[in-house]
Ligand binder design. Structure first.
Ligand code: CUA
Length: 155
């Protein structure tokens, strides 16, 4: 079989790129312990209301400009429905579901996660601009899916 010189060059580039990707992903996973975007904390989804901290969903100040937001997702809403923080605040969201799989996306930020019953998912964001940030569910979860929303008010 005859391979054109350019074909050989591109094949080499392609194979090297693939090898580099596998090596980087391998180092990340095995040497640096990178995990999927879930902290793997488990919870009994039928006892969310009795399990701290989800028995008291809400906002807690943990430092200057730093907050913990403990939230639950359910058909069809989030608790709490509104969170208010000052501009420049870093908010650590901790979310779990009380029933089915939901989504947790904060429009205009990089926060976008699945909320799976039985698992606790976390994400942090620093709100540098004032505004009303929409939190929405982006996993179809039933007849009221489109009504499922909450807000982060940044003043
Ligand atoms: Cu919850 Cu869609």
């Amino acid at each position: 079989m005859h391979l054109h010189r350019y074909e050989k060059i591109w094949l080499t580039v392609g194979i090297l790129t693939l090898a580099a990707f596998v090596i980087v992903a391998g180092i990340n996973a095995f040497a640096m312990g990178a995990m999927p975007p879930s902290d793997r904390q488990m919870i009994d989804p039928t006892k969310v209301d009795q399990t701290p901290p989800f028995n008291q969903p809400g906002l807690k100040k943990i430092g200057p400009n730093e907050y913990d937001a403990t939230m639950t997702a359910f058909v069809f809403g989030f608790a709490p429905a509104t969170i208010e923080v000052p501009v420049g605040s870093t908010v650590h969201f901790r979310v779990t579901s009380k029933d089915v799989v939901h989504g947790f996306q904060i429009v205009g930020t990089n926060v976008n996660m699945m909320v799976v019953p039985g698992l606790v998912n976390t994400a942090s964001h620093t709100f540098t601009k004032p505004g009303n940030y929409l939190i929405l569910c982006n996993e179809y979860c039933g007849a009221g899916h489109q009504l499922m929303a909450a807000h982060v008010v940044v003043k």
